[in-house]
Design a protein around this ligand. Sequence first.
Ligand code: SF4
Ligand code: SF4
Length: 242
Amino acid sequence: MGEAKRRRSEAANMVQRGTVQVGVVGDPSGVTTATINVDERHAGSLSAFMDEFARQNPHDRRSSVPCGTCRQCCWHPTVDVDKSVERPEDLAHLDLVVREDGKTVIRKRPDGACVHLGDGGCTVYKHRPRACRSYDCRIYSAFGILPTFNGDRHAPYWKFTLRSVRDYAVAIAARLSTMLASVDGHDDDNSAMQAAGHRYSQVMPRSLTALMRIPASERDQVIASAQSDGVLPPDAFEYRAP
Ligand code: SF4
Ligand code: SF4
């Protein structure tokens, strides 16, 4: 999607200010949550999003986030650039520096933003690196992790709708995976997300099988229990009867 089209998508993606309960990265018990003020956006069916996300090549994903006017991830602490996989014509437009640890990254402005961030958004949009093309903050919301940039900037919170049994199975598996992964302790959003994603591939099939076995008449009770146990925080999703 071009930058202009990306901006126009704001209208179809109404933002409201909301509070969201998210897990606290770094809490070894995995149960501490914080309520944070963020922009809240609607994200549609959770299972449809997750299925599409899984279909894409993780090494060359073309994310289709309807960012609107959000630019928060352009304050990400590092925008890595792997020169061996980027196109030379893209590299020619990027202002790169090599850090002491040997990593090539995009230069930062003194205020912490990417040097290519302008008033109207990314000034090198067509040539942005893979890290930017593939970044999809919605996956973090699905797992109950809120990306934070430059100390106090947050990605929006994407509120998914749960209406099918598969939606509920995905939601329970994702949130349980984050809880399980946080037991190992993580001090940043990305490592927490990677660990939770790894657990998810093991937990999801069991979550789906277990939910399918429960008679439809008893599913409301199971969902209510998951909400009161904190696995499915009441404000985290839009709930519809499965
Ligand atoms: S934080 Fe999310 S919504 Fe905001 S610019 Fe980045 S990808 Fe888009
Ligand atoms: S290259 Fe563009 S999209 Fe990537 S961080 Fe910089 S301004 Fe944002």
